[in-house]
Design a protein around this ligand. Structure first.
Ligand code: 48H
Length: 257
């Protein structure tokens, strides 16, 4: 007796993958918001906007979304969060232990819960292995991103990219602040570069520095501290979550106007 009552042949496997992936990609050509970078700030921003009913496209150049969460601190897979963000951890079903007035979380549980919430949300299309290589602009506003397959980029192949459009674009690419750097090549923009490690300062600054950089272009997370000279903060993540939430509020306000 066969194990499977309805065998799935190779031809069907290929056809189904192509149909469903390409359908999602085609829908992502026009969305409300494009979040570039699926680290903690980008994932929280995307999820918050999706919950408000916006259509969100999330892009990440790596095979596994989650950004800098996975490795914890020096490969010790724990991260620390402030007690103030316990409600956000509860919202995503992320377990934590309280110790010394702070929250200790498994970096693997943290990354996978945030990724799962975004990847399974009906209003979010999440694409890994896609690299944003440039910005799209209409009438002095940022109105999308230029993308290529990460393998093509890594191979240094001369293959033309593709455009995805949106009403607003978030740079949540972490330390590299890729989108804001691309913007600053074409327009005048003061960028200060991130400062020395100081968890207390950096965590305050990352939320304060979350902002609209140019019409349609927003920055959150470590990228925001790179743009405005905030401190790095090491393996503490409350600021990243609150930065993502703040970016979602600013973007929703911008789109409504
Ligand atoms: C598509 C891209 C591109 C591109 C990069 O680094 P992240 O985790 O980002 P944040 O800001 O949400 O979180 C920062 C945190 O992880 C961290 O690094 C901390 C707290 N550091 C402190 C310290 O002292 O070092 O994620 C950014 C994501 C990654 O997944 C990249 O793959 C992705 O952006 N990305 N995706 N196109 N051009 N560039």
């Amino acid at each position: 007796m066969n194990v499977f009552s309805q065998p799935v042949h190779d031809v069907k496997v290929s056809r189904l993958i192509l149909r469903h992936y390409l359908q999602e990609l085609e829908e992502a050509v026009e969305s409300d918001i494009i979040v570039t970078g699926a680290g903690p700030s980008g994932l929280v921003c995307a999820y918050t906007l999706a919950e408000k009913g916006y259509k969100v496209t999330v892009l990440d150049r790596r095979i596994a979304p989650g950004g800098g969460i996975w490795g914890g601190s020096m490969s010790f897979n724990k991260v620390i969060l402030q007690k103030d963000v316990a409600d956000i951890l509860n919202q995503f079903g992320i377990p934590y232990t309280e110790d010394e007035q702070a929250l200790v979380v498994s970096s693997v549980a943290f990354a996978s819960k945030l990724i799962f919430a975004a990847a399974s949300h009906p209003n979010i299309k999440l694409f890994n292995l896609i690299t944003v290589v440039d910005l799209h602009s209409t009438e002095n506003k940022i109105t999308g991103v230029v993308i290529n397959n990460s393998a093509i980029e890594m191979g240094g192949l001369h293959v033309d990219p593709m455009v995805l459009t949106a009403k607003a674009v978030l740079d949540s690419t972490g330390h590299d602040a890729v989108l804001v750097n691309l913007y600053s090549k074409r327009a005048k923009l003061e960028m200060t570069k991130e400062s020395f490690m100081n968890a207390t300062k950096g965590e305050e600054e990352v939320v304060r520095n979350t902002r609209m950089v140019a019409p349609g272009l927003f920055v959150a997370g470590m990228a925001a501290n790179n743009v405005d000279g905030g401190c790095r903060m090491g393996p503490i993540f409350g600021g990243m979550l609150l930065s993502g939430k703040k970016a979602a509020g600013l973007i929703a306000e911008y789109i409504q106007k």
